[in-house]
Write a protein that binds this ligand. Structure first.
Ligand SMILES: Nc1ncnc2c1ncn2[C@@H]1O[C@H](COP(=O)(O)OP(=O)(O)O)[C@@H](O)[C@H]1O
Ligand SMILES: [Mg+2]
Length: 207
């Protein structure tokens, strides 16, 4: 009847507004990626680095769409993002943690950070040598401030690492995107055994 019809119209209007909002968010993200990637004067592979970043974002969107944008499983986001660089079903990647659903915006940020960690691992770290390994583990911990999601990225058995003299875009994305958008604490370290990144995200961001 008429009231059903009105409800359906209303639901559609809400969905379209939501989609519109998300598309705008995504376009703003893409614009920021382009600005960062091309700012340093375009060298040869700036375009392919940009495409890689867009693809990572697009893969995370697919994971979210599979779940009707209600949220994304951290394991799916991590596997998709890292395996796109390490290789499908790679035995170099170990994922460890309980099933955990992330809000869409956090899922996108985590995918972006994991993409930068993975490309760096391929260029300089564990994925640049045949024996190298990556472990990604997550737990929920009680802190004085409340519950936090703690994610640890740890490279091992790769080349000997020395701390970098300068930071590039990747480091800035890793250190800043989660802290600025999600009130997270992020620690990126360069022990000689392999890069280690620890992220602590307030639990409100989990579905
Ligand atoms: N996984 C890693 N293993 C060893 N060194 C790394 C790793 N990731 C980053 N680095 C070092 O940190 C530097 C900065 O990385 P980044 O900010 O992503 O810039 P870029 O990738 O453009 O060099 C790299 O040039 C490299 O020296
Ligand atoms: Mg990099």
């Amino acid at each position: 009847d008429i009231s059903d019809r009105k409800q359906a119209d209303e639901r559609q209007r809400v969905l379209i507004n939501e989609l519109n909002h998300r598309v705008k968010n995504t376009l703003a993200t893409v614009q920021a990626l382009a600005t960062y990637t091309f700012r340093r004067g375009s060298d040869d592979d700036a375009l392919s680095r940009f495409e890689g970043r867009l693809m990572a974002l697009s893969r995370a969107h697919n994971v979210l769409t599979d779940e009707s944008w209600s949220g994304a499983n951290l394991r799916d986001i991590a596997a998709d993002t890292v395996e796109s660089i390490a290789g499908q079903g790679s035995n170099r990647l170990r994922l460890q943690g309980a099933d955990l659903y992330l809000k869409p915006q956090l899922a996108l940020s985590i995918a972006t950070v994991l993409h930068e960690l993975s490309t760096n691992a391929a260029k300089y770290g564990a994925l640049s040598s045949p024996e190298g390994r990556i472990s990604l583990s997550w737990t929920i911990e009680e802190e004085s401030s409340g519950q936090v999601l703690k994610i640890i990225w740890e490279e091992s058995a790769g080349p000997i690492v020395s701390p970098p003299l300068k930071k590039g875009f990747g480091t800035r994305v890793i250190e800043r995107s989660l802290s600025q958008e999600h009130q997270a604490k992020v620690k990126l370290e360069f022990p000689f055994t392999g890069v280690r990144c620890e992220m602590e995200i307030p639990i409100i961001e989990v579905v």
